[in-house]
Ligand binder design. Structure first.
Ligand code: PEP
Ligand code: MG
Length: 588
């Protein structure tokens, strides 16, 4: 009998495949006395050697598939593995205690992790995860247990896990992992965003799924509506395989779509569509999908999954890659938005009781001038090579914006003194994603050259709904009258000063909300590249006068549910024609 489960679909697509369960468990480490320490240390060296071979292979494979940026994580693991102090401490403990090497390794690594836990630096939290990873790799060998590493997957599977960190998600083999199902998270958690960027179908918020499935069992996953079916019957499998074919064909048709430039509404009004990117390689996806530049370049990937901070030159090269790839189109680079949900999930709550309200984003940068300076210098240097805009995340009001902008001006003076070229008129804007920024948008509009509304965080902070807590994910409501009024208020403040007001949260990439956002006056939408053709198509059906009228109506409705129903009705009516049109057999 098949069993249906319901989660939240966060990355569209369908998969029918056997399950692999990813568990991040700790080992049961035996302790026993030994009489021949040198033989024990020899075992340790054999394990080190075999782990090293593995890491070198993964490094080469990842470099070939995703580029050296992603492979850097394996280099970091090799450095930990080859650390002579670490190796010597383990060997020394074996000799002095005459204990087995697993126990010595466990003791030494725990001490390292404890020391590290006392340091409240974000990049060290990722190092913490890296050490655990290396120790796991060694333990697998010493205890001769079957490895269950994500990068070692060899056949098409559906990956089921309690949670996946952004670095685990980014390291997945896209060809083989056909879908992801996790127990925790929400639509806008970073792993969900990455799954969309990598175009891996994903469903989140399926409680206890790791306990319910057996590895190898068949599963159907629909990443659009969140359906998960355990042990699908033959008819169900057949139906979903057909739907998968149709989805892939439609996607291929859109990928071959050559529409470029702004989306044009039925009455001729242009709406700018830009790409949200997490990785430089995605600029090409964005341009292929018809984006007019990059509306949001999330720079966190440069800081995650490594032992040290990226240097100015390394950052400059990454930003330059994006600017060059954008080929003269504008690139909006967001300064580091670390903290909150943007850490490996295992450690995000480690140092702060309340990380979403904690030491994060622009606050963290202002408190770490050296880190901020290096990033601003790198961005400004890249601005000499093409149109760049700088955007500060999580700005809470005018004072904070001015502090960040004044710091940037100081950095400009330093560059000028050093005769390093940059664009002195680089536009500087704020993400509007905190209610206090909404309430001061009229003041901010005097200081900023553009706004971009981050609806993911704006909804989180205005409705007090943690965006990564699956228990309250159903309360995360873009149609809440409070949210709609906030968007309207920000757009009006921007229009009054003649500055651009974009939306770059996930709302912008959902064709359902296009009419509402455009009706509220938003004429720039930035989204995951994969969403661009769908939003373009939805916009082509809209008309400015009726979108305005609808937005006014939505602003006067007092219930989220009524707003959502009305929005869905109008959308369904418009798309009925599109859905009934046959899907071409092959991509052009
Ligand atoms: C947002 O908050 O809407 C946003 C676009 O930024 P992020 O999802 O990276 O926090
Ligand atoms: Mg945000």
């Amino acid at each position: 009998m098949e069993i249906r489960m319901q989660g939240l679909g966060v990355s569209p697509g369908i998969a029918v495949a056997p399950v692999i369960v990813h568990a991040r468990g700790r080992w049961h480490v035996p302790v026993y006395a030994i009489s021949n320490p040198e033989a024990e240390i020899e075992r340790f060296h054999l394990a080190l050697e075999s782990a090293r071979e593995d890491l070198l292979r993964l490094y080469a494979q990842t470099t070939a598939a995703l580029g050296s940026g992603h492979a850097a994580i394996f280099q970091a693991h090799l450095m930990i593995l080859d650390d002579p102090v670490f190796q010597e401490e383990v060997s020394e403990l074996v000799r002095s205690r005459l204990c087995n090497v697993e126990h010595a390794l466990d003791r030494v690594s725990r001490e390292y992790l404890e020391k590290m836990g006392q340091l409240a630096e974000f990049h060290l939290q990722d190092r913490h995860a890296d050490i655990l990873d290396v120790v796991d790799r060694l333990m697998e060998r010493l205890l001769a247990v079957q490895p269950r590493r994500l990068a070692d997957i060899e056949e098409p599977v559906i990956l089921v896990a309690r949670d996946l960190s952004p670095s685990e998600t980014v390291g997945l083999n896209r060809e083989l992992v056909q879908a992801i199902v996790v127990e925790v998270g929400s639509v806008t958690s970073h792993s969900a965003i990455l799954a969309r960027a990598l175009q891996i179908p994903a469903v989140i918020g399926v409680p206890s799924i790791t306990a319910k499935v057996i590895p190898g069992q068949f599963l159907v996953v629909d990443g659009s509506d969140g359906t998960v079916i355990l042990d699908p019957e033959p008819n169900t499998q057949r139906r979903y395989r057909q739907e998968r074919e149709t989805f892939l064909r439609r996607q291929a048709v859109y990928a071959g779509d050559t529409s470029r430039g702004p989306a044009i509404m039925a009455d001729g009004q242009a709406v700018i569509l830009q790409a949200n990117i997490e990785l430089p390689a995605e600029v090409a996806h964005g341009l292929r999908a018809g984006a007019t530049g990059v509306g949001l370049f999330r720079t966190e990937y440069l800081f995650l999954g490594r032992n040290d901070l990226p240097r100015e030159q390394e950052q400059f090269e990454a930003y330059l890659d994006v600017v060059r790839a954008a080929n003269g189109q504008p690139v909006t680079i967001r300064t580091l938005d670390i903290g909150g949900d943007k850490l490996s999930s295992a450690f995000s709550a480690y140092h702060e009781a309340n990380p979403q309200l904690g030491w994060r984003a622009i606050r963290y940068c202002l408190a770490h001038p050296e880190l901020f300076r290096a990033q601003l210098r790198a961005i400004l240097r890249a601005s000499a090579f093409g149109p760049v805009r700088i955007m500060f995340p999580l700005v809470t009001g005018p004072d904070e914006f001015r502090r960040a902008r004044d710091f940037m001006k100081q950095v400009m003076l330093e560059l000028r003194d050093e005769n390093i070229p940059f664009d002195a008129n680089v536009p500087v804007g704020a993400m509007i994603e905190v209610p206090s920024a909404v309430m001061t948008a009229d003041i901010l509009a005097r200081e900023c050259q553009f706004f971009s509304i981050g609806t993911n965080d704006l909804i989180q902070y205005s409705l007090a709904v943690d965006r990564v807590n699956e228990k309250i994910a159903h309360l995360y409501d873009p149609c809440h009258p409070g949210v709609i009024r906030m968007i309207a208020q920000v757009v009006n403040a921007a229009n009054a000063r003649g500055i651009e007001c974009a939306v770059c949260g996930e709302m912008a990439g959902d064709p359902l909300y296009a009419e509402l956002l455009i009706g509220l006056g938003v004429l720039t939408l930035s989204m995951a590249p994969v969403a661009i053709p769908f939003v373009r198509e939805a916009i082509s059906e809209l008309d400015t006068a009726s979108a305005r009228q609808f937005a006014l109506q939505a602003l006067s409705i007092d219930s989220s549910e009524d707003i959502r129903n009305l929005l869905a009705q109008r959308y369904t009516k418009r798309t009925a024609r599109l859905n009934s049109s046959p899907v071409p057999e092959t991509a052009p």
